[in-house]
Design a protein around this ligand. Sequence first.
Ligand code: FEO
Length: 175
Amino acid sequence: MDSKLRYEIEEQINKELYSAYLYLAMSNYAESEGFKGISNWFIVQAQEEIDHAMKFYKYIHEMGDTLQLNAIDKPEPKWNSITDVFENGLTHEKYVTSRIHKLMDIAHEVKDYAAISMLQWFVNEQIEEESSFRDILDGLKLTGGDINYLMMLDKELGQRVKTAPESETTKAKTA
Ligand code: FEO
């Protein structure tokens, strides 16, 4: 594998694991505010991020390469409302999307067709990732974070369960 591409995939494993850590911090915040359902939604989100990291990890090994694992940053919980949490989550997912696109650009540059095929899954996944945060955020903004809406949302997001990585759908994420 091209060394620049491998380095960026290593970086991506780190970013996906950081995402899991960040969403655990968000889950922790929701729990501390009394929203157990929202807390559950973020736990499932964190588990999904670990799946993403593992997909990259396995890919590197399938290609007969080894990798270096770097330190994961500490999340800085500075949120002051549930709306704020989802706003930050969406901003973070947009950043992850930009990282995936960067990886895709490199794969095209070095004509690595196997990497392009693997990365296409992540391009599609990021559409769903951003969309699930955006949908929740739209509801929160429309209702101004009203407590009755928050309680309804908490109940709905409490139903989210972990699905197999290959069968994730937007519906499963928000159901
Ligand atoms: Fe792994 Fe939420 O992107």
